[in-house]
Design a protein. Structure first.
Length: 463
């Protein structure tokens, strides 16, 4: 796709032309696509109680099965960053989505536990490039003042898939069986991969659907800002800035710089713990509802969706708060999520048996857990060059996925030896660890001198 040049009519400038808003079309598209991808990974949790009747598994073995996808997914992150940097998001993302759908569909044909494990590993490797591609798309297509919101939209898709999965999965299982869940879920991704390839260019300057006014909005050049990662500034919040350790970070534009940055590793470790909690809820809540709370299959389907409805709201809310209220500060949302999740895990130990009350409790759990999620993906953007951002994002996401891979297996061990209360206590502990880790990293932000009185937290108002 060749770069197009926008020509203005005589006497017309970018300031007098209304910007296109094609980047929000792309945001809608990656929300839909990753909802499907998230459903492809989440459907195992719904089918797991029925799979265990066909393939005998202990709790630890069931947890290990869930972890296989996430191990492969984590290992795929760094190679995916290299592929996206070399071949571009457009091609790599589309192929990845096709392979994800194929791996999902093949799961319905398994006749042994070994074949099931192979399909889950294949799904992890196939889906690995998707989050790297979307993160790179957000970094290229959105101004700094909108990156948190766009990331919130993306990560709400990660949680919206599990909203749909228990309800649709339970309906499909009740009507046909567990195998049909994987077959039906495989279909949409094929078509959507083609839509992405046709509609989304690697950079906005390569898209015929974007005019020059929107390009200036994306670069924020309309306010005289440059294109460097730290070009924009935020108003000072003295007490908060001291607590979250605000500091202008040197731009990382080398691979060595990224691999030696504690800010990157600290972010990855925090994401590791938080995504580990999310992974446990995704994989084990359906089993908990059926075996401990004694809900019906359909009751399980609706209640198991509650934390992910809350998570969708939490991700979008967190992105908006980070961009608009907190002036692009990312750590406050991350730290709030960590502390709030500690409390919610102890609340789950004493959770009510009533489906409505329990649904409300885990809805709130999902919302509070997710308020800081979008910040983990956006956090490296201000101090990592765009060329090296896929690698930085891969490290953070790999850390998160390794946590997500470890905790379902640890869950199985805890359940075999101790019980559900120990599991909720374990999740409270690792969420507290997240908070402590976040205290050690800086908030990479440039704060204005107070006397300037110029807000640098938003782009052009007509964008």
């Amino acid at each position: 796709m060749k770069k197009h040049a926008v020509q203005w009519p005589t006497g017309v400038t970018s300031a007098s032309v209304k910007p296109t808003r094609y980047r929000w079309v792309i945001a809608s598209l990656f929300f839909v696509i990753y909802t499907i991808a998230a459903a492809d990974r989440a459907n195992l949790g719904v089918a797991l109680p029925f799979l265990r009747k066909e393939f005998a598994m202990s709790n630890a073995e069931a947890g290990a099965l869930v972890s296989l996808f996430l191990v492969a997914y984590a290992l795929a992150q760094l190679p995916s960053a290299w592929l996206v940097s070399k071949f571009g998001v457009r091609r790599v993302f589309s192929i990845s989505m096709i392979l994800t759908s194929i791996a999902t569909g093949l799961t319905c044909m398994v006749g042994s536990l070994l074949a099931l494990k192979i399909c889950r590993i294949a799904l992890g490797f196939a889906e690995g490039p998707l989050p790297i591609g979307i993160a790179a798309t957000i970094n290229n297509w959105f101004p700094a003042s909108e990156k948190g919101t766009a990331s919130g939209i993306f990560l709400s898709a990660v949680k919206f898939g599990p909203v749909l999965t228990p309800i649709l999965g339970a309906t499909i299982i009740a009507a046909w069986g567990w195998k049909e869940v994987f077959l039906i879920f495989a279909i949409p991704g094929i078509a959507l991969s083609l839509v992405w390839f046709l509609m989304v260019a690697d950079k906005p300057s390569l898209s015929r659907s974007v005019n020059r006014a929107e390009l200036e909005c994306i670069s924020e050049s309309g306010e005289g800002r440059g294109s460097s990662p730290q070009a924009s500034t935020s108003k000072p919040m003295p007490w908060l800035d001291t607590f979250i350790r605000v500091r202008r970070e040197k731009t990382l534009d080398t691979t060595r710089g990224i691999f030696t940055s504690w800010n990157i590793y600290g972010c990855a470790l925090g994401y590791c713990c938080q995504l580990g909690i999310s992974s446990v809820l995704l994989a084990w809540i359906p089993t908990y509802l059926l075996t401990v709370k004694k809900f019906s299959i359909m009751g399980m389907g609706f209640v198991a969706a509650a934390p992910w409805v809350g998570a969708v709201a939490g991700n979008i809310l967190g992105g908006l708060l980070s961009d608009r209220l907190l002036g692009k500060r990312r750590k406050p949302g991350m730290m709030l999520s960590a502390l709030a999740t500690v409390g919610m895990m102890f609340a789950l130990i004493h959770s009510p048996a009533d489906p409505v009350l329990y649904g409300l409790l885990i809805f709130l759990t999902g919302m509070l857990l997710s308020v800081g999620y979008s910040a983990y993906m956006v956090y490296p953007m201000p101090f990592v060059s765009k060329a090296k951002f896929p690698m930085a994002n891969a490290i953070v996401n790999m850390g998160g996925q390794l946590g997500g891979a470890a905790t379902p297996f640890i869950t199985g061990i805890l359940l075999d030896s101790y019980g559900w209360n120990s599991l909720f206590g374990f999740m409270a502990g690792i969420s507290a660890l997240t908070f402590l880790v976040l205290l050690t990293i800086h908030e990479p932000l440039e704060v204005e001198a107070p006397h300037l009185g110029i807000a640098g937290t938003t782009g052009k108002s007509d964008c």
